[in-house]
Design a protein around this ligand. Structure first.
Ligand code: UFG
Length: 327
């Protein structure tokens, strides 16, 4: 298939684009480079520097290229900012998303795999979280992901759009060539590893959560495994009915445990600074991914935390100068 990957110059998007190419698909990446990097787009992919919120740009991309499917990964993604500037999230993630769907319909492209998030669930009532768990997002980022999933359901029902939403828990790790490089970086593992490289303490946001050591618990999933789930979802999008699939390893690690694991991996005594809670963070997010395993045939290759951190560490060390500059 010829797949349009929105956000394919970003962290997860570039690894997905690479996996699609390796699986024999043709790939066009559309990215505005707000967070993405031109050099992260695989050489074999076509690249369009553009914003999916512009219907004019989208129309011309669809007219030229004849896509069979879309992987929609571009979005505003930082949870904390979504609590202070929700407008940007609704405009980009919801209004822009509808623009993308309408362009797809106009050009008779009826398959989409959507990057959704654990943030759709809000503060969980049970752990691990199953897909039918109540959805009460506690930040506007999670709400925009949930709204777009619901819009997909309606577009499926009314217009025959085939869709799968993959709810990532915490994407982490790197391939040999592609890794995480946001500006600003807000995610835990790259921040912990940067502290290992620079000696500047990593912040621990909140030590008074109702968890075993007071810090937040998350389910970290290797970006390579996330990318493999996308390739499987594309194979199955025409016949699966469920809509949403969790992608996680079913094992939660606290912020302090992640830091300790990173100390073990790097051999460096990473300094920490204890800080107040960050707004919008649920205490615990751990996935049950049994639906993805049974229906998509997804079987994570890197379910353990240490190899995930190790791969991120290898990547960060080979891109050292990017991470040792001003913070
Ligand atoms: N954290 C720190 N220090 C840091 C960075 C993070 O203590 O420097 C803590 C956070 O407060 C949180 C945990 O580490 O408790 C994980 O935070 P991340 O920012 O790494 O990731 P999130 O849990 O916020 O991830 C969420 C959703 C994902 C979503 C992602 C998008 O769970 O589904 O935000 O940014 F995709």
């Amino acid at each position: 298939m010829h797949v349009l990957v929105t956000g394919g110059a970003g962290y997860v998007g570039s690894v997905v684009a690479d996996a699609l190419l390796k699986a024999g698909h043709a790939v066009t990446v559309l990215d505005n480079l707000q967070q993405g990097h031109r050099e992260a787009v695989p050489k074999e992919a076509q690249f369009i520097e553009s914003d999916y919120c512009s219907s004019k740009d989208l129309d011309s991309a669809f007219r030229q290229s004849g896509f069979d499917a879309v992987m929609h990964m571009a979005a505003e993604t930082i949870v904390e900012y979504s609590t202070t500037d929700p407008r940007r999230y609704f405009h980009t993630n919801v209004v822009g998303g509808i623009n993308l769907l309408d362009t797809m319909l106009r050009h008779k492209v009826n398959r989409i795999v959507f990057s959704s998030s654990a943030a759709v669930y809000g503060e969980p009532l049970t752990a691990p979280i199953e897909e039918d768990h109540p959805k009460n997002p506690i930040n506007s980022y999670g709400l925009t992901k949930l709204m777009f999933e619901q819009i997909l359901q309606w577009y499926g029902r009314a217009y025959g759009l085939k869709h799968i939403s993959l709810r990532y828990f915490n994407a982490a790790g790197a391939t040999e060539h592609l890794g995480e490089q946001h500006n600003p970086e807000t995610h835990l593992i790259p921040n912990v590893l940067r502290a290992a490289l620079t000696g500047t303490p990593v912040s621990v946001f909140g030590t008074d959560y109702p968890t075993r050591d007071g810090s937040c618990i998350r389910d970290y999933v290797h970006v390579i495994d996330i990318a493999r789930a996308h390739v499987l979802a594309l194979q199955r999008v025409d016949d699966l009915k469920a809509g949403g699939y969790n992608l996680g390893n079913g094992q939660g690690y606290s912020v302090l445990e992640v830091i300790q694991a990173a100390r073990d991996v790097t051999g460096i005594d990473i300094p920490v600074r204890l800080r107040p809670r960050r707004e919008g963070d649920p205490a615990v997010l751990v996935a049950s991914s049994s639906r993805a395993r049974s229906e998509l045939g997804w079987n994570p290759r890197y379910p353990k935390l240490e190899p995930i951190i190790e791969s991120a560490w290898q990547w960060m060390r080979t891109h050292r100068t990017t991470f040792t500059g001003p913070i």
